[in-house]
Design a binder for this molecule. Structure first.
Ligand code: KDG
Length: 328
């Protein structure tokens, strides 16, 4: 008998060691760094785990100390990492942020030839989805190696065969691949997902400039069942069937770090989806999931780090109901 823990959600992707400078400005002049870990799918995993969901994270890491720290951090967050493979031949990836004092941070990736970049569809195993209800994938994994996209596609197909629901965040990373390849690959994954979560700029990248309200119906026609359009500081819109709802943003007075906000949003939305047993047909459910997503996204921008600001369930409930924290 398998000793695998049950999972509400399975994610697959690459996590890296994240080096963040302690000073603003060019990395050329940054003498001191703090070390954390990050990765779009593990950020979502942490968000969901903190809200009480059982999450399994599938990945590969180098057989190196950076792989150790990623594994122990995620295990410490309650995520099932028992199927993560260690590879002695290829390293764990690293990335650096550069804070300019305005706008989004710059990021510098050192991930070519990493352990995850060697993943192929032949590596996909039935155990990855065992006992799971939902699969979450992003467009970052297909950008990593020659066959990583096919591996993601294979996993999505298997999830569908198992009757699981699937969410897909395109997470366009222009530094990782060429525009044409990115566009074609990301578009090819939309028909395989139930919930598609593009940002407004990603939507425009994928299908060209349109009126904001046209993107949802366009992606629904391509095969997604629900489209969630992230509008940044203007909130978000959800599209299902022939109707749509708009959720207002939560105002943020001090943005510290925008990286990870989209993953916080995804965790918020998926938690609303799972809380309602996968029913988004009611406008009320869709709106609540969007509002939670907006809130989680705005929270993430107020912390340095890609996931550190994600709330636990009781904290989320208190913050959303306007309750005050007893601090001393
Ligand atoms: O969405 C945030 C991620 O971009 C970040 O945590 C690192 O996975 C990452 C990436 O590929 O940029």
């Amino acid at each position: 008998m398998s000793s695998l823990r049950e999972a509400d959600v399975v994610t697959i992707g690459e996590s890296m060691v994240l080096m963040q400078p302690m000073s603003e400005g060019s990395l050329a002049y940054a003498p001191l760094f703090t070390r954390s870990i990050a990765g779009a799918e593990s950020n979502v995993s942490i968000g969901l785990s903190r809200l009480g969901f059982k999450v399994r994270w599938i990945s590969r890491l180098g057989a190196d100390p950076f792989g150790d720290v990623i594994l122990s951090t995620l295990a410490g967050e309650g995520i099932d990492v028992s199927l993560v493979e260690r590879d002695a031949a290829y390293p764990t990836a690293i990335y650096f942020k550069e804070f300019k004092g305005y706008g989004d941070p710059n990021v510098y990736y050192y991930r070519k030839g990493s352990a995850v970049s060697r993943l192929t569809p032949r590596d996909v195993e039935a155990s990855w989805l065992q006992g799971a209800k939902h699969l979450h994938v992003t467009g970052i994994t297909p950008a990593l190696g020659p066959e990583t996209g096919d591996a993601v596609k294979e996993l999505m197909k298997q999830a569908r065969q198992h009757g699981m629901t699937i969410s897909f965040d395109p997470n366009l990373r222009r530094k990782l691949w060429g525009e044409e390849e990115a566009r074609a690959t990301l578009l090819s994954l939309i028909p395989l997902c139930d919930i598609f979560l593009p940002g407004i700029e990603e939507a425009e990248f994928l299908v060209g400039e349109k009126a904001e309200t046209e993107y949802g119906p366009h992606f629904l026609k391509l095969g997604a069942k629900v489209v969630v359009l992230k509008l940044g500081e203007r909130g978000s819109m959800g599209f299902i069937g022939d109707h749509s709802v708009t959720a207002a943003p939560f105002p943020v007075t001090r943005i510290v770090d925008t990286v990870g906000a989209g993953d916080a949003f995804a965790a918020g939305f998926l938690s609303g989806f799972l809380d309602n047993g996968g029913d988004l047909e009611h406008d009320d459910h869709l709106l609540k999931a969007l509002e939670r997503a907006n809130f989680m996204g705005s929270l993430a921008t107020q912390y340095k780090g890609d996931w550190e600001g994600l709330p636990k369930r009781d904290e989320l409930d208190r913050l959303l109901s306007g309750g005050k924290e007893i601090t001393r």
